[in-house]
Every structure is written in C-alpha cells, then in structure tokens.
Design a protein around this ligand. Structure first.
Ligand SMILES: Nc1nc2c(ncn2[C@@H]2O[C@H](COP(=O)(O)OP(=O)(O)OP(=O)(O)O)[C@@H](O)[C@H]2O)c(=O)[nH]1
Ligand SMILES: [Mg+2]
Length: 486
C-alpha cells in the first residue's frame, strides 16, 4: 500500500460521456511518460503549472487532441510530478489513453492513492486527507463548510499544538526514569495536571461536537409520528412545500414510511412520515405501526404531532411517555390549532379532559399560542408545545426553526471545530480515557514509569487522528473508501 516509487494513472473525472475527461498521472516518471506519447512541445522542457495543446498518439495512431497540465514536484497535489490530461470524454478514448500509459510503464492507481501519496509525502495530514473525501461527498452548505475547515487544517493544528506540549512533559518524565534511584521530579506535577486539565477540556469539547458534526455530515433522521389523522402527512407537505404525501380525512391513510430531505439553513433533515400509531385493524397497518416504532428508535429527532382539537390530556400524556426514547429529542407539536377556540363542537368525553378545553375559556392569542399558552401548560406538567396549523401553513417557519435549533443547539457559532469522523471520535474518546488515568496517576502519586505509559497512550491516540501514528491497516481502511482517481 505504501509503495510510492512507481508512476500511477487513473481517470479523475466520473465515468460516462461528458464534454471533457481528466486523466491523471503521478510519480517520478509522470512527465517523461506523458512526453513519450505527446505530439507537441517537449514536455520535459516546460515549466511547472503550464498547459500545452497537442495530441496523444500510440505510434502513428492519433488517439485524441488534448490539453496537458504540468505540475513539477514538489509543487503538486501529491508533491510528485503530476500530469493531467484533459481529453474528450468518450469511454473509448479514455480507455485507449489509459491503456497506452500502462503499456508505457505506469500502473493503475488504487482508490484514494493520489491522496494517500499526498499524505505520505507530507502535503496533507491524515485528518486533512479524510476531509478531501468529505468535501467530495458534501451535499449541503454546512457539510461543505465543515469539510473545508478540516481540509484547511483547523482541526489538526489544534491537536498538534496540544500534542507537542504533552510530548515535552513525556520527555521530562522519561528523564526521571533515568534517575530513578535519586527520586527526582523534573516534570512539575502541578503544571502537568494543569496541562492535562486543559487538554481534557478541549478533547471533551471536540467529543461533544460530534453529534452536530455528524448531523451536518450525514443529515438528521427526523421522524414525524402521532395518532392517525393527526395531520402528519399534511405537516410533511407543509414543511416540504410540496404535495408529497397523500392526505385524507380517513385515519390510516399513510401505511408505509415516506422519506424526503428538507434542508434547513444548510443542514439536511431526512423527514420520515409514518403510519399513525394505534391498535392496527389489519395486518398491513400493523406492519406500518411496527415500522413507525422502529424508525423512531433509529432517529435523532421525533416530531410528535397531535390533533389539538381532538386529543384528551390523558392520551397526550400517555403518547408522550410511550414515545420518549433515549437519545431521541422530542418536539411536541399541537396541530390543527386553527380549530382551537372554535371547540364548542369538539366536546368529546368529559370536558375537562380534553386538551382543547384548556383553551375554551381563556383569551389566547390564536396566532401565537406557543408563547401565550406556556404557563398554562407548565402548570399542568405538560412540556413545551409548538402550536401550528399544517393545513393553513401557520407557524411552519417557527417549527422549522425549532427543528434546526434542536439539532444545532448553540454550537454552530463562528469557527467552532466540529468532529465529523467516527474514527476521530473514537481516538478522542481513547485519548480522554488515557488522560483520566494520567490525572488519577498524578493524584495517586504513581511511579514515573506508569505515568509515562499513560501519557504515551494519550499521545498515541492523539497522533492517530492527524496521522503522526499510523499503520498500514489504518491507511488501507481510510483510503480504500476513496474513489479511484482521487
Ligand atoms: N383544520 C385542520 N385540518 C387539518 C390540519 N392538518 C391536517 N388536517 C386534516 O386532517 C386530516 C388528516 O390529515 P393527514 O395529513 O392525512 O393525517 P395523518 O396524520 O397523515 O393521518 P394518517 O396517515 O392516516 O395517520 C385531513 O383531512 C387534513 O386535511 C390542520 O392544521 N387544520
Ligand atoms: Mg399520513
């Protein structure tokens, strides 16, 4: 995997027909090999960062007219000699040119091999290399911004600085080991403790940022659930501003789940409209209800919708209690608020038991129930409720804002570094564990050799993130997920 003495070639643009395709070569012989099949200027005599028109020929047979871009190492992406050939994007031409290069001594690049070389040659650290893949995969403004920030080294610089300070202490403690008999302390334990506290705080902050980082990178699974006829599908349509799901007055309309992506301020929310939850009347509906429950436990956010004009307080409380799942944030949404205060016709059962009756004798601002009803709801032990009318599209923007802020909390301010990568998260968690051991060790006055071991562990895991510490397996694992040509 880590052999980079040869010259590699791959198509850098997607397969398929297009106006232009780019074939990329990297390695010591890239320019010479390109030169050997190029009819035009002598490429070996041209300056770096120049473009040349000519043709690619296999002997006398012209394959295509092309533009050749030259990057003389180390001023290139991989820090090796790099040649990029822009040819016409016909599958036949691309294949013929790549075959010709392979005949001339290049080798087909493995997935991510260009970026791997950039890493091995010190152009990028490992977290930056990973950011390249994230940037290519980014599909929203926020995910693009986070990947770009990581690519520019925001993340690594911070960790590198911490690591260096810790290395200093590690070497002082190593020194103590050499003088073990004399019982000296070169490393000031108070200063070390202070540094460990500082690092733990930053590592902790990075760990906490993962929830949001992950939301930005992968989107937030958001389930809309509630009783049949509550208006879940109407709400989905209102949020999307499109008639996506079938709406009807018949309870049990939605049977399977419907998924659509809604982008709110740069973050993708995967909205999932579900079958209404009730004792199912037939087998298909029962499967639908089961699926709803599964979707809820797999989601990060639950938008629980109820019919404000119909539900009893008892039903409301029992729904909220039964839908609460660990790790799932719940937003409680009272739909059909347009029917509140017109509730004379809505009286079902004992009047005091209906949610709507809470509002019958109060002078609430109908347009702004979410705020005006707060104290009444609190007195009854009910959570914050967002009042909307999905049908009339009232307060949909307010709900969108609540959805957004429940995912983002207050973390997306300015240049906050966000962890988006599970590998980084795991390394940070292991760093944290090692740091806790170091602190415990200092307090418990353990011997320098044990202290030194724990510090080395922390250094190891911090180093794994930026790639100061790597194994072939780790690199293989990371770069095999890249596409070929990157
Ligand atoms: N007055 C009023 N009616 C609404 C509102 N939202 C939905 N409805 C009506 O309520 C009925 C049910 O709406 P749906 O969106 O199909 O409800 P659902 O929760 O998806 O129902 P199921 O898929 O059967 O579980 C329809 O007749 C809607 O027009 C609202 O805000 N106000
Ligand atoms: Mg529905």
């Amino acid at each position: 995997m880590t052999d980079n003495t040869d010259t590699i070639v791959a198509l850098a643009t997607p397969n398929g027909v297009g106006a232009i395709a780019v074939i990329r070569l990297s390695g010591p012989d890239a320019i010479n090999i390109a030169n050997s099949v190029f009819k035009g200027k002598d490429l070996s005599k041209q300056a770096s960062h120049t473009i040349h028109f000519g043709s690619i020929a296999d002997g006398d047979l012209i394959l295509d007219e092309v533009l050749v871009s030259l990057f003389v190492g180390p001023r290139s992406y991989t820090r090796e000699n790099v040649v990029e050939i822009s040819c016409h994007a016909s599958g036949y031409i691309i294949e013929s040119i790549i075959k010709l290069f392979i005949k001339k001594g290049t080798r087909s690049a493995k997935p991510g091999e260009f970026t791997l070389r950039a890493f091995l040659n010190g152009q990028l650290d490992l977290s930056q290399a990973e950011a390249v893949a994230d940037l290519i995969a980014s599909n929203s403004k926020a995910s693009q911004q986070v990947a770009l920030q990581q690519l520019r080294g925001g993340f690594s610089t911070q960790l590198q600085a911490l690591r260096e300070q810790l290395v200093n202490f590690a070497s002082l403690i190593e020194l103590e080991l050499d003088f073990a008999e004399e019982d000296v302390e070169f490393a000031n334990r108070d200063q070390l403790k202070q540094l460990i506290h500082e690092i733990t705080k930053i590592v902790g902050r990075l760990i906490n940022s993962f929830e949001l980082g992950n939301a930005i990178k992968n989107g937030v699974n958001t389930v809309i659930a509630g009783k049949p006829n509550a208006g879940k599908s109407t709400l989905l349509n209102a949020l999307l501003n499109e008639e996506r799901a079938i709406v009807s007055h018949i309870p049990g309309t939605t049977r399977d789940t419907i998924e659509e992506v809604l982008n709110i301020q740069g973050i993708n929310f995967r909205l999932i409209d579900t079958a209404g939850i009730r004792e199912a009347t037939d087998a298909i509906e029962q499967i639908g209800v089961q699926r709803t429950m599964e979707k809820i436990s797999q989601s990060a956010l639950l938008v629980y919708v109820f019919d404000a004009a119909k539900i009893t307080i008892e039903e409301l409380n029992s729904d909220i209690a039964s839908l609460q799942k660990p790790g799932v944030t719940m937003l409680v949404v009272a739909n059909k608020a347009d029917l509140l205060n017109k509730s004379d016709s809505q009286k079902v059962g004992k009047p005091e038991k209906n949610f709507a009756d809470l509002f019958a004798n109060h002078d609430f601002d109908e347009q702004d129930l979410s705020t005006s009803a707060t104290s009444l709801l609190q007195a009854l032990g009910l959570p914050d409720i967002i009042f909307i009318s999905a049908k009339e599209k009232h307060h949909i923007d307010e709900l969108k804002h609540k959805i957004y802020s429940s995912a983002v909390k207050d973390q997306l301010s300015g240049d906050e570094t966000l962890v988006t990568n599970i590998r980084h998260l795991e390394a940070l968690q292991k760093t944290e564990e090692a740091l806790v051991r170091v602190l415990g060790g200092i307090d418990g006055s353990i011997t320098s050799d044990f202290l030194s071991m724990d510090i080395k562990q922390a250094l190891h895991y911090l180093g794994e993130i930026t790639g100061v510490v790597t194994t072939d397996d780790l690199l293989e694992n990371i770069f095999s997920k890249f596409c070929i040509g990157k």
